[in-house]
Design a protein around this ligand. Sequence first.
Ligand code: FMN
Length: 312
Amino acid sequence: MTNIQINFLWTEFESPVFNASGPACTTMEELEKLWKSEACAIMMKSATYEPREWNPEPRYVDLEMGSINSMWLPNLGYKKYIEFSEILKQKYNKPVFTSVSGMCMGDFPKMVKEFQENSQVDFIEVNLSCPNVIWKPQIAYDFEATENILCLVENLWDKPIWLKLPPYFDPIHTNQVAEIIAKHPKIKFLTCINSVGNTLFINPEKEEVVIKPKWGFGWLGWTYIKPIALANVRAFYKILWNKVKIIWVGWIYSWRYVFEFLLAWASLVQLWTSFVQQWAEVFERINNELINYLKERWYKNAEDSIWKLKEL
Ligand SMILES: Cc1cc2nc3c(=O)[nH]c(=O)nc-3n(C[C@H](O)[C@H](O)[C@H](O)COP(=O)(O)O)c2cc1C
């Protein structure tokens, strides 16, 4: 019997794969679909302190090999996700994650405290890869702001904190962020990576950009970002292997990518685009494919493949 369960802390994940935060986990109806699927956990949409509306359309466009978007973080506000966590935990038996995105520094500790003390979520993902102030970098590219937020949220109670990070493109930056994270032992998990920001696609026939907000500049996902995600997972593993666990996001489409990321030391994987393209069936398909592949390779457990990547 091949086993794809992953265990860490006190939690048993039935498989390594679940959804990343994004529009398809915003409402209770969407979250219930996730519960019924073979996703190993339920991630909710990134919550802000106040509810937020959508950017004007077109704000999301499927591309030949991925997608570009600028949604403006539409969500129902954190209070709704506290309510949803109660319902999800009462009715269903799966780990539940919240994701929090502050629009100013003070929003982060306020929301984390509420989710720590008054919600049923098992884990809190702090999304540092969103711009919170116009004309300032996303938080995780501002190392002083990152350090301040970690100081503000780390001691608010004992539910584990995960950081969702953007991609880093220079090893010096990866080292600097890793140094900050290492100073905060309560940070136990990193989710790498969020969509790649500040990208541009144009339609040459129409002679125009493809999305309306921000002059066409938007966030890129799926196939384009996989090597960047893989390199970020591996780079953080190299520096922080004994301090954090790493969750990979960025073009998970089949067992092959899950296996690659386990080899490179991701403990779990999240997917967004594949989920919205194929809905809940994607989890069942990938889990079955992964079981078959591990059997072929004589692995008894998915966990045995973590760490195994050889270097030449
Ligand atoms: C339309 C859209 C909305 C997203 N919203 C969020 C969000 O609210 N919070 C977050 O942490 N990531 C968000 N993401 C990023 C995804 O969670 C994920 O990191 C990214 O899409 C890469 O995964 P993929 O290649 O499987 O799509 C969003 C992505 C897309 C395409």
